[in-house]
Design a protein around this ligand. Structure first.
Ligand SMILES: Nc1ncnc2c1ncn2[C@@H]1O[C@H](COP(=O)(O)OP(=O)(O)O)[C@@H](O)[C@H]1O
Ligand SMILES: [Mg+2]
Length: 273
């Protein structure tokens, strides 16, 4: 009894920490947006200035030696390249921040007409980019299969996106983990699918990663159960996912997993009219 109480207290403490961490990161994310927008906008402006510069150089071609002209052209090309990269990576950071804001902003339990394909796509790529930003040599191929012409569905977008993000993060980690151990022939792959089946939406995320042992399968939804090193996993993800899909949306979460070969998670969500 005493031991249980102590564990419970520890869990509570951990959850409080996580909640304040969530608020903190939402605050930080919000603050970072502005300077990041400056970086992107000034890079775009500089790109325009480079065009003007190029024109001036072209008008004065006769005053420059062949060698100088070539050098100027090379430098301008490099600068353009660099600016393009600044914009590209800046925009990637913006999209990650947008995700953090969405995940940590409250507004729970609100069913809204949602383009589920778009939502899934957004969070699949958010997860991918976050993983790429954190892990060196993270290279996977992602295949997506979205049913066309699907109408808007009534879901809780905040929550559904969080569920997709959690499962996708796990899938990314599982393929990365396997790639660390596997021989060179291994090609990490994640397949994402969204379709409607009668009056249900079916979302599936399949990875060819490390798969699960029997113990992991048994304990998957247990709070604080994780096989990841400290700092990389909290063991809260799957519990939250199940709460979101089953309790909040009245759907089901199911999975198939083979150790060493991969895992498929499927959300089946009844369509609300
Ligand atoms: N796609 C997957 N492939 C292999 N193992 C998985 C996968 N998804 C979840 N797991 C296992 O379930 C555990 C619990 O997952 P989760 O609740 O999301 O917590 P966390 O990701 O913080 O460890 C993971 O640590 C991992 O062992
Ligand atoms: Mg997780």
């Amino acid at each position: 009894m005493e031991q249980q109480l102590e564990t419970l207290q520890q869990q509570l403490k951990q959850q409080e920490k996580l909640a304040s961490l969530g608020m903190l990161s939402a605050g930080i994310a919000h603050e970072i947006q502005n300077p990041l927008n400056f970086v992107i906008n000034f890079s775009k402006m500089s790109d325009k200035l480079l065009k003007d510069l190029t024109e001036i150089v072209e008008d004065n071609e006769d005053n420059l030696s062949e060698e100088d002209r070539e050098e100027v052209e090379d430098i301008v090309a490099d600068l353009k390249d660099n600016l393009g990269k600044i914009v590209e990576h800046g925009e990637r950071a913006i999209s990650i921040i947008r995700g953090i804001l969405l995940v940590s902003r409250g507004k729970d339990n609100e069913f809204l007409p949602t383009d589920v394909n778009k939502l899934v796509k957004e969070y699949v790529w958010l997860s991918y980019h976050a993983m790429r930003a954190n892990v060196k040599n993270f290279n996977i191929s992602i295949h997506e299969d979205y049913e066309e012409g699907m109408p808007q569905m009534m879901v809780i977008p905040q929550d559904l996106s969080r569920a997709v993000l959690n499962v996708m993060n796990n899938a990314c980690y599982a393929v990365w983990k396997k790639s660390q151990a596997a021989d060179t022939g291994y090609q990490p792959e994640i397949n994402v699918g969204v379709k409607s089946d009668g009056d249900t939406i079916v979302i599936s995320i399949a990875d060819n990663g490390e798969g699960m042992t029997e113990e992991v399968k048994q304990r998957l939804y247990e709070n604080f159960f994780t096989t990841k090193p400290v700092g990389q996993g909290t063991g809260l993800g799957m519990g939250i996912v199940r709460d979101i899909i089953e309790n909040k949306h009245g759907g089901t979460v199911s999975f198939l997993s083979t150790e060493g070969e991969g895992t498929t998670f499927t959300f089946t969500i009844p369509v609300r009219k």
